[in-house]
Design a binder for this molecule. Sequence first.
Ligand code: NAD
Length: 471
Amino acid sequence: MKQITTIYINGQFVRPHGTERFDLFNPTTNQTIGQVVLGDEEDTRAAIAAAKSAFETFATTTSEQRMEYLQRLHDAVTTRLDDLIAASIEEYGAPVQRARASSEMAADSFLHYKTVLQDFDFIRTAGHSKVSMEPLGVVGIITPWNANAGFICNKLATAIAAGCTAVIKPSEMSATQTQILAEALHEAGLPAGVYNIVNGRGDVVGAELTRHPDIAKISFTGSTAVGKAIARGAADTLKRITLELGGKSPNIILDDADLAKAIPMAVSACFMNSGQACIAGTRLLVPQDRLEEVKALVKTTIEKVSVGDPKDPTTTIGPLVSPKQYDRVQQYIKAGIEEGAELLIGGEGHPAGLEAGNFVRPTAFAGVKGDMKIAREEIFGPVLSIMTYTTEEQAIAMANDTVYGLQAYVSSASTERANRVASRLVAGRVLINTLSHDPMAPFGGFRQSGIGREYGTFGLEAYLEPKTIIE
Ligand code: NAD
């Protein structure tokens, strides 16, 4: 049994003042694997004080110095990749291929920000004035459990690139992964206090970060409900906020699309990260007259999806992170059936032989109507909702009929046509005939999918404040 009894403040692993213990478990078996001692408000304030003190010097570092730090952070995380992958399989249930890709992406985020710094002008001219892009101060970083290392590393890389210091509050459910990452980051040997990590509950450590006057900005990834609470809490001290929240992403299959390619890709878009992805393409919008072909292809594609032991390299869907998440997804599957959608494949309960863990049956519904819960709410599990349209205009209207606006997908034989549709979608990112990612391009949501953008220069500018000097 692992016992995680320290947090990381001012360059040292220290015992927290907080005493609450939180159980860690393996979602494949639901067996307890350890415990973490959670920090409290006092620990949070100590971490903020360390970051505030470190900021005085760190804010004056040059781009070259920070590029050197980013390289060291990348190298340090890379040396612990195997441990990170193993922890993310054990504690999160990530299928091994997914665990590997997301751990590598986490390490690479430091290099991406090193690249951004190479051509970034911190001193600019506007009118006849000099404009200096200045680091904001201490950033509070609050992350969810569904890609622990990736969110921490990307947000920390942005803070370092900007010359900000940070207090990180990872998801309490990811403490084993966080511990490995903290040990790795420590080896990079950055000045004490530049980043601090406090395990703890959202309503304790997260809330203290949100209200503390010495925190200049909160960068948060998580649910829309908590994002709204943070926005409200941050208003008292007028903190800057970057909020990366939920989604209900549409995937428009245009009538000229090659379904043999587009449908397997659509299933992958929905089931990525075992369905626990904010960008999952969960609403599949297909032409009414191609529905039968689509249904047949969705069914055969899902029949081949392998659910099971995340350590097995052939597994594409592992367990959901917790029994709570399992129950939540079951409620949505039940709601889909009760509201009259056609259950194409999957359904309630565990797949046979996988009753011990939080495994759900990969599920697809056809005949989904725009007012059904499974068409409107974020499920965060492998559940696909197929809806039909008759005209391109209607497809666009259906795609935009949501409070969210994080990502959208379009498949078409004509890139010109797909681009025309993409230009009318209310989404922070549109993927055309691809599932690829671009770590240098802005990422974030329209509407209730969030505020602000991460990645690349857009992400960096969200950690900077312009100061105008007029002589
Ligand atoms: P969550 O919102 O419950 O928790 C996220 C983090 O916020 C955790 O660290 C939690 O402890 C903390 N928190 C909880 N209450 C808080 C409070 N009152 N004040 C401050 N912090 C608080 O989300 P989750 O269940 O961990 O993650 C799943 C959600 O995250 C999904 O809704 C998903 O869409 C979203 N998500 C969004 C993105 C994106 O980039 N847009 C990426 C991944 C996940």
